[in-house]
Design a protein around this ligand. Structure first.
Ligand SMILES: Nc1ncnc2c1ncn2[C@@H]1O[C@H](COP(=O)(O)OP(=O)(O)OP(=O)(O)O)[C@@H](O)[C@H]1O
Length: 258
């Protein structure tokens, strides 16, 4: 692993008026590492993901990112155009609801191809070839390349959203409950797929989930949040097998009982 983190946040704090979203979050993510952010509803996970991906402005705090050129930059000082470029190339964002990450009336191939065109690909045959390749990798029949995602099942839509994000070979992917709202059997397949892609491509990922089983399966490190604050952080197996904070103990045991 590279010694400089890919992404580093210090003291990240966000208030919505008087209501706290999250407070004083410090974190680092290294290349090839999957970090899970877990916590109950309202603990600040989505807020944190929004802040880290620069879609939400912090009240306080700093975020730096190491680009492909090896330079570490202050994310909050980037121009809007540079931020947008990062989101299209170096980063991916997998929404819980695939409809937020896809254009439902554009063909599956068009959805994937669009992202390549945004980074300058022009040759139709190459774009279609890359789209077909990625559909295959996420186990969507390439015969469906001209179909719209509105004709796809929930699991297929989510796999298409993943293909769309992965086609530009991002270095960091943000995922917000990527398997939420899907049947358990569909979830299991999707988790396998994400795990395979992450280890194959050396991708770094920050995954927000309330599901400890998802965190266990996908992440190397875990961060537990409660009421906007980080309660505990560490290696996933260590934290889940031997939680230190009483709150984490409660979280882990309630899952075991459930
Ligand atoms: N747009 C907003 N305006 C006002 N308060 C907000 C807004 N978004 C989030 N909050 C508040 O910030 C806190 C953290 O919410 P957040 O959505 O980040 O939690 P979460 O852990 O992602 O929850 P969930 O799992 O339900 O999505 C909550 O108290 C929430 O009410």
């Amino acid at each position: 692993m590279d010694e400089t983190p890919l992404l580093r946040a210090e003291g990240l704090t966000r208030y919505y008026g008087a209501r706290l979203g999250c407070a004083n979050v410090d974190l680092e993510v290294y290349a090839g590492e999957v970090l899970a952010v877990v916590g109950e509803s309202g603990s600040g996970k989505t807020t944190l993901l929004g802040l880290l991906s620069t879609q939400l402005a912090p009240t306080r705090g700093q975020i730096t990112y190491r680009g492909r050129d090896g330079q570490t930059r202050d994310l909050l000082a980037l121009s809007e155009a540079d931020r947008r470029m990062l989101l299209r190339t170096d980063w991916g964002f997998i929404h819980q609801d695939p409809r937020e990450g896809l254009r439902m009336r554009v063909s599956a191939g068009g959805n994937v191809g669009e992202r390549l065109m945004a980074v300058g690909w022009r040759h139709y045959g190459n774009i279609r070839g890359a789209a077909a390749d990625w559909l295959g990798r996420v186990e969507i029949d390439t015969g469906r390349i001209d179909d719209r995602p509105e004709t796809f099942s929930g699991g297929m839509r989510q796999r298409l959203q993943i293909a769309k994000n992965m086609v530009t070979r991002p270095r960091l992917v943000f995922m917000d409950e990527p398997t939420g709202g899907l049947d358990v059997s569909v979830q299991a397949r999707l988790l396998d797929l994400i795990r395979g892609l992450a280890s194959e491509t050396g991708l770094a990922a920050i995954i927000v989930t309330h599901d400890l089983a998802v965190a266990r399966l996908l992440s190397h490190r875990i961060m537990v949040m409660r009421e906007g604050r980080v309660i505990e952080t560490g290696l996933t197996d260590q934290v889940l097998d031997d939680p230190r904070a009483p709150y984490t103990q409660l979280l882990v045991s309630s899952v075991l009982q459930g």
